[in-house]
Design a binder for this molecule. Structure first.
Ligand SMILES: *Cc1c(COP(=O)(O)O)cnc(C)c1O
Length: 361
């Protein structure tokens, strides 16, 4: 087993203690005596899972009662459409989006199908090597909402500040850095994050939204795509992914037990600092894709001198027990994803491996 050394961009590594509880639950959930795969979503036990998960998330995120929490299917991709279908209805002005990388590009393409969108900044021409500064952004007070992606998983770019205006609904795709650090979540009106990067297996997407964003939602949405119907049904509009939701609960309990988001951030920033130091101290052998302040704590992306050397690096890493280090197929190169489930000792092993590989050339 080498889960410990799984640096995959997603689905990503989960903490060992969570996996052990999952292993047990596949045979029988403690106190229930049934496999997690075969417990009804209508059971009292599952109602208690949803209730506990909501209260744990509220505590971790510091959310007030005017937020609803939903556990939906369709991934972050479905939210790319569900957000504009709901919030662009009757809009007389375009919604404003940032195009900072692969995922925000996908998101904009979907949103354009629902209504007018304005891309107020794009990093495409510069190869998505950095994020915009505040001076480069001008936000309209008339926009029905403003959308951005907090961490661009493919490029390895992360906002280390909150952008947008406080008087325009702020919507954020936090799929790849959700619950990796403290955040003023209450400055957002709608947050979505699928589970499979930091929190669990694929199959469930967490949505936190303020009631106020639903004020002008259209009445003719399919029920499945209508946040109000999902709220009414308490995320049981249809059969929910019981297994995925339970794993998220186990992960969120683990986050609480290690000391919450501040403790998680300490670990995550130590992991990222070590790996970026390894790149920066390599005399150009490893070339960080991102220079400066926008480097992601979650996805560290880099290149070697030639594609051939990159292939040798990946083969040697694989032989040494590391996995998931291939860059996203759209950009190539190398990507080490340092999601919550990756430990500092695992990153130390990777950094040592990288030093040894460089010295062996
Ligand atoms: C992986 C990823 C997605 C895609 O999520 P799906 O659940 O596959 O739809 C969207 N946004 C970001 C930021 C991602 O990292």
């Amino acid at each position: 087993m080498h889960n410990e050394l799984n640096f995959s961009g997603g689905p990503g590594a989960l903490p060992d203690t969570v996996l052990r509880q999952v292993q047990e639950a596949i045979l029988a959930v403690p106190d229930v005596g049934l496999s997690i795969m075969g417990i009804s979503h209508r059971s009292d036990w599952f109602a208690s899972v949803i209730a506990e998960l909501k209260s744990q998330l509220r505590a971790l995120m510091g959310l007030s009662d005017d937020y609803r929490l939903l556990f939906l299917q369709g991934g972050a991709t479905q939210q790319f459409s569900m957000v504009p279908m709901t919030l662009l209805h009757h809009a007389r002005h375009p919604a404003q989006y940032l195009k900072t990388g692969y995922w925000s590009g996908k998101c904009i393409a979907e949103a354009q199908l629902s209504g007018p969108i304005e891309t107020i900044w794009s990093g495409a021409d510069a190869g998505y090597a950095r994020l915009p500064t505040d001076e480069e952004l001008s936000f309209s007070p008339d926009a029905p909402y403003f959308h951005y992606v907090s961490n661009e998983t493919v490029e390895g770019l992360q906002f280390h500040r909150i952008v947008g205006r406080d008087d325009v609904p702020r919507v954020c795709d936090m799929s790849s850095d959700f619950l990796s650090r403290p955040c003023a979540f209450d400055r957002f009106d709608l947050i979505y994050a699928h589970a499979q990067k930091n929190l669990g297996p694929a199959g469930v997407t967490i949505v936190a939204l303020r009631d106020s964003v639903l004020r002008n939602a259209p009445d003719n949405l399919p029920g499945f795509l209508d946040y109000r119907k999902q709220i009414e049904a308490d995320s049981i509009f249809n059969t929910p992914p019981v297994f995925a939701i339970y794993v998220v609960l186990l992960t969120v309990r683990w986050l609480r037990d290690i000391g919450g988001l501040a403790a998680m951030e300490k670990i995550n920033s130590a992991k990222a600092a070590l790996l970026y130091r390894t790149l920066d101290d390599s005399d150009g052998f490893y070339r960080s894709r991102i220079v400066g302040d926008d480097r992601s704590m979650m996805n560290v992306t880099f290149n070697l001198a030639t594609p051939d050397l990159e292939r040798q690096f990946l083969a040697a890493a694989h032989a040494a027990g590391f996995s998931g280090l291939e860059g996203h197929r759209s950009v190539g190169g190398i990507r080490a994803s340092l999601y919550n489930g990756i430990t500092l000792p695992a990153v130390e092993k990777l950094a040592n491996f990288m030093d040894d590989f460089r010295k062996g050339r």
